[in-house]
Ligand binder design. Structure first.
Ligand code: C2E
Ligand code: MG
Ligand code: MG
Ligand code: MG
Length: 283
């Protein structure tokens, strides 16, 4: 706790640089606490059909305010967790919390699904499939309405094992999405090896979309590929109407982004759906 106080002083003076000054064990100690006291939150961001604005689902995104009141960026948090012994506890905690919340909202959600980010490293952990399906069943959720988004900051070390796990998840009707497709370590090899149920094009291809012939051609090819493979394609990072319209005209119909709706606290979701559906039927 003493170290925490010192860090707080440094934090106020140095702003953003605070993260670099943090010693890793300090962050992990606090996170371990957070897993117990329930202070991790998940914000929900809608994914819609951009043709008719129908809500297809929500992605749950972790939010954490550390004990000094600073918001820790999700990707920093996840990178730290992935390299720590907390990865399993964090993952099962996130599944439990998000599925509990999803179950409580199910009546208001229509056919919308829930997408939960999972570190690719979890595919190598024994008992993963059983624990996922047990958690889904415990909350009385239909596995068809659950998609795991595979995020990774490292190459999958054991593709054979990952493939088996993905097939088992599919057998149990849990969806699997390849996140940030085209960035980092993801590749076309994934599509050949793994039976995935969704592909999310990385935001970096969508950001300058309206100006970039290259990015448009790439999305165009992905649309053709996904159509022939029967895999839904999702654009993430849709920030404006022009990008949205262009994506739709190229055949990419599902989208997520600040231009549609920012991630929101769970407590706002019910009200947001009512308003959103009201706006659509008034239009
Ligand atoms: P991601 O799964 O690719 O999630 C999309 C990220 O882009 C989110 O950042 C979201 O807030 C942000 N975003 C959404 N729309 C827009 C947009 O229009 N423009 C821009 N610039 N950004 C947009 P966030 O919440 O900071 O999460 C960052 C990453 O951290 C996620 O990327 C995911 O890889 C990871 N992550 C977040 N929550 C979890 C979690 O509970 N578990 C795991 N394993 N990873 C998580
Ligand atoms: Mg994701
Ligand atoms: Mg993504
Ligand atoms: Mg990402």
């Amino acid at each position: 706790a003493k170290r925490g106080t010192d860090t707080a002083v440094v934090a106020r003076r140095s702003g953003q640089r605070r993260i670099n000054l943090f010693d890793r064990s300090g962050l992990l100690e606090e996170l371990e606490e957070a897993l117990i006291d329930g202070s991790l939150q998940w914000h929900w961001q809608p994914k819609i059909d951009m043709r008719d604005s129908r809500v297809l689902g929500f992605e749950a995104l972790v939010r954490w305010r550390d004990p000094r009141g600073n918001d820790v960026p999700a990707d920093h948090l996840i990178q730290t967790v992935e390299q720590s012994p907390l990865l399993e506890d964090f993952t099962y905690h996130s599944l439990d919390r998000v599925l509990e919340q999803f179950a409580a909202l199910q009546g208001a959600l229509g056919h919308a699904t829930i997408c939960i980010n999972i570190s690719a490293r979890m595919l190598e952990r024994s008992g993963f499939v059983d624990k996922v399906t047990e958690c889904i069943a415990r909350h009385g959720v239909d596995p068809l309405r659950v998609t795991l988004e595979l995020t990774e900051t490292a190459l999958i070390a054991n593709p054979g094992q990952a493939k088996r796990v993905i097939e088992q998840l599919q057998d149990r009707q849990v969806g699997l999405s390849i996140d940030d497709f085209g960035a980092g370590f993801t590749s076309f090899g994934y599509l050949r090896e793994f039976a995935v149920s969704e592909i999310k094009i990385d935001r970096s291809y969508i950001r300058r979309f309206a100006e970039s012939r290259f990015d448009q051609s790439l999305v165009n090819s992905l649309v053709v590929l996904c159509e022939s493979l029967g895999i839904p394609l999702v654009a993430e990072g849709v920030e404006d109407a022009r990008t949205r319209d262009l994506l739709v005209s190229l055949g990419c119909h599902a989208g997520q982004g600040y231009g549609i709706c920012r991630p929101m606290p769970y407590d706002d979701v019910r009200h947001w759906i009512e308003r959103w559906n009201g706006l659509q039927s008034a239009a």
